[in-house]
Structures are given as C-alpha cells and as structure tokens.
Design a protein around this ligand. Structure first.
Ligand SMILES: Cc1cc2nc3c(=O)[nH]c(=O)nc-3n(C[C@H](O)[C@H](O)[C@H](O)COP(=O)(O)OP(=O)(O)OC[C@H]3O[C@@H](n4cnc5c(N)ncnc54)[C@H](O)[C@@H]3O)c2cc1C
Length: 428
C-alpha cells in the first residue's frame, strides 16, 4: 500500500522554489497591477512577462496541461500543492500560465477546436500572448440555464448570434470569447444550447460597460461566425462547459487554500504582536478559539481538496468526482469567509481598512460563492450525488430501529444468551 502526505524530494524542491519566487518576485507586483489579465497594459507586461520567462525556463509553465499541449502534465495532486503557493497572489497564476478562465478555455479549444482555431487561438493562449473570455451568464440569470436567451441561428454557412452576456471576465482584454447560445429552443433542456468561439474583432459586439473594471456586460447584434465555430457540436454546450468547469473549480479551491493560509498567518502574527488589557491577544481564550477553529477548517478543507485532486488523477473522469467537486466548492467560500473575517476582527480597526488585505479576502469569499455556480446549486448537486448511494426504507420501523436490531441480535446469539440467563426482551 502506498499512502503518503509528502511530495517526493525532487518536487519538494520545486515547491520551495515556487514559494520563494511568489513571495519575493510576484507578490510585490500585486501592489501595482490591478488587472494582470490585461495583456494590453504596458506596465503589466514590463513586470509580468520577464517572470513568465523564468517560469518557462524552470519548466513550471502551464502545469495544468499535458505534454501534448506543451505542459508537463503534473496531474491534479501536484497541481494542488503548487496552486496553494500561487493562491497568495493575484498575479501568480498568470505568471505561471494557469489562470482562469484561460486554463479552462484552453482545455475547451484543445478538445473541441478545429486545427485552424487551435493555431489561431490555442497556441498564443498557451504561450500567454493573449487572454480569453467565457461568456455564459446573462443579466437575467446565471445559475439556471433555462433563463439564458442569447440565441444563434444558422444562416447559410454562418451562425448569427444575438443577445446579451453579463459578468464575462476579461472581456475587455480578450482576443476571443467562448459564447453559449440557444440553438434549439424546443429541444430537451440540456440540448438547447451550443458553444461558439467568437473572435473579439467580429463586427456587432458591443461592450456596454465593464462591471468592477474586469467583468464585461456585452451585447451581440447579428454577430456572424462561420459554421465551424461551434465547439463540440450543436446542442453540446453543457458537455463543453463541463470540460472547463471541473478543472476550473478544483484549481480555484487549490489557490484558495493558499489565500486562506495567508490570512491565517497574519492573524497569528497579530495575536502574538498586540496586547490589550495587559496581555497578548494570543493569551485570550476567545482569540485562541478563533485560531484553533481556523486551523481545523483550513486543514480539513485542504485535505478535501487534495483528496478530490487525487480522485481526479485516479479516475481520469470528472463525472465520477462531481459530488466531491461540489463539496469543495461549497466549503471554499465558507472557510475563506470564516478565516478572513476572524483575521480582520483580530486586527481591529486597521483590519477593516484598505491598508490591510482582509476586506478584499472577505469580498472574495462572496465571489467564490457565486462564480462557477452559486453555493446552493453545489449543495443540491452534492446532496443528490450522496443520496444516489442510498435506498428508501419501506418499513415504518426500519431495520436500524433499536427494537428490531435487538430482536435480530437475540436471534443471532440465542444460545449464548440462554446459557447466560439473558432473557428475550423484544416486544414487536
Ligand atoms: C467575480 C465573478 C466572475 C464571474 N465570471 C464569469 C465569467 O467569466 N463568465 C460567466 O459566464 N459568468 C461569470 N460569472 C457569473 C457567475 O457564473 C454567476 O454569478 C452565477 O452563475 C450565478 O448567477 P447570477 O449571478 O445570475 O445569480 P442568480 O442565478 O440570479 O442566482 C441568485 C442567487 O439565487 C440563489 N440560487 C440560485 N439557484 C438556486 C438553487 N437552485 N437553490 C437555491 N438557491 C439558489 C443563490 O443564492 C444565488 O446566488 C462571474 C461571477 C462573479 C461574481
């Protein structure tokens, strides 16, 4: 039996290098570059591109990809250990070429793109020269696919797309969009939509505005793309979306482990540094409880993330781990919210100010409860996955009813009980 909580020595070395590189070289960039996705920002390029080169030389670039796509094919467990080091910094995933939504979009293109699309988009995306956008959510809703109305109609050998998309991250910097549109409104619920690759320069795309500087509100007016720009076939949008969401969700969770740990470290340092009422905060029992609870939450979350990563590597089938990924996705915002809120509280007034990172982390926890599907939807999915492993009891007094269990035990041990003078008590 092999069971280990330790990486091999060679990879442990790489993790050490990543840790130091992120702390020393990448984290300072977060103080100057608010949008590391924006490949059109010259300051961003001056600071980030040289670091990307170092990562490529170190052979740690795009580690979510297999060798056929130019990555080392680390697998999810190694990726998990690596990503928890990247999670401390906004720019780090970009520096290592594994940022959302591009990581998921590259998987879609690799699976479903034509050779021409791969050459035109996948190759520069994987090299970090361009970024991409995934546009599914619409102003009237994101968690219920039935309310999505952006449509695509076949006209000769083109598809013509009309409608609106909302919260499309990185739309302002993207070279192409992956757009979900209704193609068969009367088909079965999960066969009505198709996925399209839409070049950003296609006429008819209106950028209504950028929400919070990063998420596009887009309008499509008769946006025409060639017939081969449908990805994965007509009516296959949900199959295509799952290709990116499975990996995308677990990678977010891996990075969140790092972000939560960072908040926790700062909380512990403050507890030891600050005194009130004549003693260190660290000596107050309620502060100790906050530290102990946070540690337990982080460690159990991390183990669930790594176990899910291990299952993905083992089964190579995201469908088999859908429940596990929903569990991770449900826990992720809760753990970040709890720990960042406690860190904020223990820092007192400076904790709520913009001079500390805690408010941003608390806000991020709400984002994590929405992006890639709201928590409630994942709770429902998880519960359904769990319940598939059970069957209903038909008897009003089920077999675990203690009187019935005693009855069965009395029958099983009748001889021994009789020899020891224990009489039957059952009263069915
Ligand atoms: C920072 C950020 C980045 C994003 N990036 C992208 C992107 O790049 N591309 C993209 O397409 N989308 C993106 N989204 C959108 C995201 O996918 C949606 O916010 C999400 O799917 C929820 O959709 P909604 O916001 O329309 O909320 P709604 O669907 O209106 O849901 C609102 C609330 O209703 C509740 N709810 C919903 N369903 C259920 C249920 N079954 N049971 C119980 N309660 C329920 C939940 O509390 C939910 O938060 C992003 C969102 C955020 C916050």
């Amino acid at each position: 039996m092999t069971f280990s909580f330790e990486p091999d020595p060679e990879f442990a070395n790489e993790l050490e290098w990543i840790d130091e590189f992120v702390r020393e070289e990448v984290e300072p960039i977060d103080l100057f570059v608010a949008d590391p996705w924006n490949v059109h920002d010259e300051l961003r390029n001056a600071l980030i591109v040289p670091l990307q080169e170092q990562v490529k030389e170190r052979k740690l670039w795009a580690c979510h990809l297999g060798p056929e796509l130019g990555g080392p094919g680390f697998g999810q467990v190694k990726l998990g250990l690596m990503n928890e080091r990247l999670g401390r910094s906004l720019a780090a995933p970009i520096v290592f070429g594994c940022q959302a939504p591009d990581s998921g979009n590259s998987e879609i293109l690799a699976h479903f793109g034509t050779d021409e699309q791969k050459e035109r988009y996948l190759e520069p995306l994987l090299a970090g020269r361009i970024v991409s956008c995934f546009a599914m959510t619409e102003p009237q809703g994101g968690s219920d696919p039935e309310v999505l109305t952006t449509s695509a109609a076949l006209d000769g050998d083109s598809w013509v797309i009309n409608g609106e998309k909302w919260f499309a991250s990185s739309a302002h910097a993207a070279s192409f969009f992956i757009v979900m549109a209704l193609t068969d409104p009367d088909g079965p619920a999960y066969k009505r939509h198709s996925m399209f690759v839409v070049p950003a320069e296609t006429p008819g795309i209106e950028h209504v505005r950028n929400v919070d500087g990063h998420h596009g509100y887009l309008r499509f007016h008769d946006v025409r793309v060639p017939a081969d720009h449908v990805l994965g076939g007509r009516g296959e949008a949900f199959v295509v979306a799952q290709t990116r969401l499975g990996g995308g969700r677990i990678h977010h969770a891996m990075r969140t482990v790092g972000l939560v740990r960072h908040n926790f470290d700062l909380m512990c340092r403050r507890a030891l540094s600050r005194t009130t009422g004549g003693e260190q905060l660290a000596r107050k029992q309620l502060v100790q409880a906050a530290i102990a609870d946070s540690w337990c939450e982080i460690e159990s979350f991390r183990l669930l993330v790594l176990q899910t990563a291990w299952k993905i590597d083992k089964y190579q089938d995201y469908k088999r781990v859908r429940g596990d990924i929903s569990a991770v996705k449900t826990l992720m915002p809760r753990v970040l919210n709890n720990v960042a809120s406690r860190a904020l509280q223990i820092h007192g007034s400076i904790g709520v100010s913009e001079e500390m990172p805690f408010m941003t982390a608390v806000r991020d926890s709400y984002v994590m409860a929405l992006a890639d599907g709201p928590t409630e939807v994942h709770q429902v999915n998880l519960a359904k996955a769990i319940l598939r492993g059970y069957t209903a009891d038909t008897d009003v007094f089920p077999d675990y009813h203690l009187i019935r269990r005693r009855e069965q035990a009395e029958a099983k041990f009748a001889d021994v009980l009789a020899r020891h003078g224990v009489s039957a008590q059952t009263n069915s």
